[in-house]
Design a protein around this ligand. Structure first.
Ligand code: COA
Length: 380
């Protein structure tokens, strides 16, 4: 009986979606039918966000208008800055982000309006402010002056500008922009699923985004990036990488940035990130972080895939370690950067859920005992 129940559950589809398609065996990812490799090569974060939210690629005018709206909402006001300054400096940027979005909810005039139009207005405001909040918190935490956003820079370039205080080179801006684009959407990953569950109760978009941030924070999801970054710092040179990984495997530890619930081959995004890391390494004439990453990946594949037959390949997070090293992004921002990209997918899934809603309520398989005799507290 129990086994039958379990078997039936294996095929449960938690939601229908038109947003992304993943073929985990062949390593294919599409956003609304467009291959991720093409989008990474020819598109940008704003266009991909439009595609995900409106269901079609924008024409020139539509993209200009959308981009203008997003850029005009980048600024955060003094009340948000005050909150960021009040937050403990020991918290993660993800905590600061969640706190700020929760605060922004109560002053949003559309808060409890769940119509498509109101949700787009709220989504534009939230998505535009994500990078500003993350960068401002980072600057406050490090006793640096907050740098206001610029509207004449792309999403990626503007974020790097607000972090470092100088306009990034083209290759740096491209790397950051592509990072946001690559992480924008990925079907029912844990954080996206949480956002869908939240709005399926007809709760509001800000609440769903807070759920998403909270779920992405964990080290088995978005938090893996920070761990990869720290691992590269611990390894320090490519000739030490193999032994470091062999030790991790021997002690039964998981290697961060590897393995995936859906991909059983190369994650296509990991290959794009690898290429970006290589381009940055060449640009800065510093191969160190790229070489360590390649050596780590080669060792994991040799030891786990080839020798043990486990499909543990680099996932989307792995090469971000090297990319962020070259972009001089501090480790404490790795997960928040993931959130800056993923907000597009979260919103798109919320819009899709609202448009044809049914409460998401999975079943649990009860595996405890039945009919235990109750004994009152004074007799126990
Ligand atoms: N390093 C070493 N072994 C790994 C591994 C990794 N990164 N990921 C999975 N495995 C092994 C497990 O130890 C397990 O081995 P076993 O069958 O001998 O017990 C097997 O592969 C299945 O692992 P499991 O954790 O059950 O797979 P999952 O589909 O539930 O997990 C992840 C997917 C992503 C949670 C998992 O691969 C992981 O923890 N990766 C590291 C964290 C990470 O990079 N997260 C970002 C995901 S995008």
């Amino acid at each position: 009986m129990v086994e039958e129940f379990k078997e039936g559950l294996e095929d449960v589809i938690a939601a229908k979606t038109q947003l992304s398609f993943i073929d985990g065996k062949s390593g294919i990812l599409e956003y609304r039918g467009y291959n991720i490799n093409d989008l990474a090569k020819y598109s940008n974060f704003e266009e991909v966000t439009y595609l995900l939210w409106y269901g079609k690629l924008p024409n020139k005018k539509e993209l200009q208008n959308f981009s203008k709206k997003l850029r005009s909402e980048r600024k955060i006001d003094h009340s948000v800055i005050k909150i960021l300054k009040t937050c403990s400096k020991n918290i993660d940027a993800m905590d600061a982000l969640r706190t700020s979005i929760s605060y922004l909810a109560q002053c949003d005039e559309d808060l409890n309006d769940n119509s498509f139009e109101a949700n787009i207005r709220k989504a534009v405001r939230i998505a535009a402010k994500f990078p500003t909040i993350v960068a401002a918190f980072y600057r406050v935490k490090n006793n640096k002056k907050i740098i206001p956003p610029r509207i004449n820079l792309s999403h990626g370039a503007n974020f790097l500008y607000m972090i470092h205080g100088k306009i990034p080179s083209d290759i740096e801006a491209f790397a950051m922009e592509t990072d946001f684009l690559l992480t924008a959407e990925h079907e029912l990953n844990a954080s996206t699923f949480t956002t869908r569950v939240t709005v399926s109760t007809l709760s509001d978009l800000h609440s769903a985004i807070c759920s998403g941030i909270s779920t992405l924070k964990g080290p088995l999801h978005g938090g893996a990036r920070t761990e990869v970054y720290k691992m590269l710092e611990k390894i320090r040179s490519a000739d030490k990488a193999e032994q470091y990984i062999l030790n991790l495997i021997a002690s039964g530890q998981k290697i961060m940035g590897f393995g995936h619930r859906v991909y059983k081959t190369y994650d296509p995004r990991a290959l794009i990130f690898k290429d970006i890391a290589n381009k940055l390494a060449q640009h800065f004439k510093d191969l160190k972080w790229y070489d360590i990453s390649v050596k780590v990946a080669d060792t994991v594949i040799k030891e786990l895939v080839e020798k043990k037959g486990k499909p543990i390949y680099p996932n989307v997070d792995f090469y971000t370690g090297a990319v962020y090293k070259y972009l001089k992004i501090p480790p404490e921002l790795c997960t928040a950067i993931f959130a800056i990209g993923r907000i597009s997918g979260w919103v798109a899934h919320c819009l899709e859920q609202y448009s044809d809603n049914r409460l998401i309520r999975p079943l649990a398989q009860y595996v405890g005992p039945h009919n235990q005799q109750y004994i009152s507290i004074d007799k126990r």
